[in-house]
Design a protein around this ligand. Structure first.
Ligand SMILES: NC(=O)c1ccc[n+]([C@@H]2O[C@H](COP(=O)([O-])OP(=O)(O)OC[C@H]3O[C@@H](n4cnc5c(N)ncnc54)[C@H](OP(=O)(O)O)[C@@H]3O)[C@@H](O)[C@H]2O)c1
Length: 281
């Protein structure tokens, strides 16, 4: 298989990560393990997963099936909302490792802040300790608003390396990205191609795609990288996995970037999951 070289960026804790990764939601069992192995074969090194995707086992199996060394991969999982208290969070992280049969995760994230439940600072303390004990190399969060991040900073003195947030052309998170940049937190984009919604039929992006002889998905993923965000597209298909990663041989000019930036709208979230009120367990 052809191998793709992906540029890397450095996180606030000194670790380096690829500028594009692979999403694995819904990739489970034997088919899932082989789809994830295929993604590693085509060149992905950053693999996203979560306790709640029930596929940490498939990720671990893919690592074993692949001929790429474990140390060359950057494997992520996430802590579910129901295990935010310190005493639950620590064994949950350990169980995540057992399921994947890994000695460490490269990145472990709090999956949602669940601000009404209000235990996310305790969860964060568990992640800080898990890093000290060597269970995880880097710690971060998902779906944290600036107010949640400010609170972590104030109460623990430690900011996440990464905040993984919903980000696609219809919801480009300009203000949140500005906060991240100012505070040296990397932005990772979930549902980067809008979960294949109508954005893939957008005529403005199609024109840009025609001009570059690329697909709409490739234009959108390139747009993420040029925003400084790390997209993690999911695909079960080896062809689309390769398509999505083949974005480092062209670039978008300012006008093209602005055309895509202009598609964002305040109600552009896919499923209206506003982390100020939406909670997931
Ligand atoms: N932290 C969080 O709260 C959170 C929330 C949601 C997602 N995530 C993570 O983010 C990852 C990505 O987000 P997502 O899975 O929601 O959405 P996504 O990556 O934006 O879209 C995935 C969908 O697009 C299709 N697709 C992929 N490449 C394509 C291409 N080149 N052309 C046309 N269709 C294409 C896939 O179908 P095929 O598989 O058939 O190719 C799948 O239906 C997830 O897998 C998960 O790891 C995190």
């Amino acid at each position: 298989m052809m191998s793709n070289t992906i540029p890397e960026i450095t996180l606030n804790d000194g670790l380096t990560v690829p500028t594009i990764g692979f999403g694995t939601a819904a990739l489970m069992g034997n088919d899932g393990a082989h789809a994830i192995k295929s993604a590693i074969d085509v060149g992905y090194r950053l693999i996203d997963s979560a306790y709640n995707y029930e596929n940490e086992g498939a990720v671990g199996k893919a690592v074993k099936l692949s001929s790429v060394q474990r140390e060359k991969l950057f494997i992520t999982s996430k802590l579910p909302g129901r295990y935010h208290t310190y005493d639950k969070a620590v064994p949950t992280i350990q169980e995540s490792l057992y399921r994947a049969d890994l000695d460490y995760y490269d990145l472990y994230l709090i999956h949602w802040p669940n601000p009404i439940q209000d235990d996310y600072v305790e969860a964060w303390q568990a992640l800080i300790d898990a890093k000290k004990w060597g269970l995880v190399r880097s710690i971060g969060v998902c779906n944290f608003l600036p107010e949640h991040l400010e609170r972590l900073k104030k109460e623990t003195g430690v900011l996440p390396s990464i905040n993984q947030i919903e980000l696609h052309p219809f919801f480009n998170q300009k203000e949140q990205r500005k906060w991240h940049e100012k505070n040296n937190v990397a932005t990772e984009s979930w549902s980067p191609i809008g979960r294949a919604n109508e954005v893939l039929q957008n005529e403005d992006i199609q024109k840009i795609a025609d001009h570059h002889n690329k697909t709409v998905a490739q234009i959108i993923l390139r747009w993420h990288v040029q925003l400084g965000a790390i997209p993690i597209p999911k695909s079960a298909s080896p062809q689309r996995q390769l398509e999505n990663i083949s974005i480092f041989d062209f670039s978008l000019n300012e006008t093209e970037m602005n055309t895509i930036n202009a598609l964002s709208r305040p109600d552009g979230r896919n499923k209206n999951q506003d982390p100020a009120v939406y909670e997931e367990f």
